[in-house]
Ligand binder design. Structure first.
Ligand SMILES: [Zn+2]
Length: 262
């Protein structure tokens, strides 16, 4: 009995360390994500208020950084309100960064496609995306992008809004642990092309996004999961809005430490 208390404490400390040393990703529906890594909160494409898949209060969202992939309203979303509320730094392409500056947001970090920078939470590189990028007021939003993020020995690829392109293989060459891919079709890759994307990127884990927000992009994510897991070694996690995963890279491609919480 005397020795049980320290063992419990040790187990608790190990568990807490596992969580702290992992990348935590929460899906808010559509393409909106919260990523917590290295104690830093990173929001991605925070389309919250008008997002039919989430009822989260945008003023409850924590953000040290906000990544914006392109200028469309379902991705710029509530970035301005959240940036003003949290003081978060917006990471996006130069044109959109300038647009946010003109809206009175001073904390912006412009990058551009192919360019990477080591922020306090990790390295972020802007990747190609084939899509549009005009801003809500019609301003020019440069080229759309995806994000390659390297933090805590984990590499995440957020394809954001894009069609399939062959250079996804080059992104896969970087050793992607976790890929978030659109499957909605109509505006982005559909399930078949997203499966082809998985075959090029070869991530350990894939999460579908940008579907079921509206009837136009309705898809059966479980069917996509079955197809991907039948034809590749990639594991698919279909996250409901509000669900999170903790991902810890074990350096051996195992995902034993991955669990889902709601
Ligand atoms: Zn979109």
């Amino acid at each position: 009995m005397v020795f049980q208390v320290p063992i419990l404490w040790i187990n608790l400390i190990i568990s807490l360390k596992e969580i702290i040393m992992s990348v935590n990703l929460t899906y808010h529906g559509h393409s909106a994500l919260s990523i917590k890594t290295n104690g830093t909160n990173v929001l991605v494409d925070p389309f919250i208020k008008d997002n039919p898949l989430t009822s989260v209060d945008l003023y409850s969202l924590q953000a040290d950084y906000i990544l914006v992939s392109h200028g469309h309203e379902d991705h710029v979303g509530d970035t301005i309100a959240i940036a003003k509320n949290t003081g978060a730094t917006i990471i996006t392409n130069l044109e959109i960064a300038n647009w946010f500056s003109a809206q009175g947001i001073t904390n912006v970090h412009p990058q551009h496609i192919g360019g990477g920078y080591t922020h306090e939470f990790g390295y972020v590189k802007l990747t190609h995306a084939h899509h549009g990028s005009s801003l809500p007021d019609g301003s020019y939003g440069g080229n759309p992008c995806g994000f390659l993020i390297k933090a805590l020995d984990t590499t995440l690829y957020l394809a954001c809004d894009t069609g399939l392109f062959g250079d996804m293989k080059l992104i896969g060459d970087e050793g992607v642990d976790l890929a978030v891919l659109p499957i909605g079709d109509n505006f982005t890759m559909g399930p078949k092309d997203a499966l082809r994307a998985v075959k090029m990127i070869k991530p350990t884990l894939a999460i579908p996004a940008h579907y079921n927000t509206w009837p136009l992009i309705e898809q059966n994510a479980m069917k996509w999961k079955q197809a991907v897991e039948k034809e590749t070694t990639t594991k698919v996690y279909v996250l409901q809005s509000g669900q999170s995963i903790n991902y810890k890279n074990n350096q051996d491609d195992s995902i034993d430490n991955l669990f889902i919480e709601t």
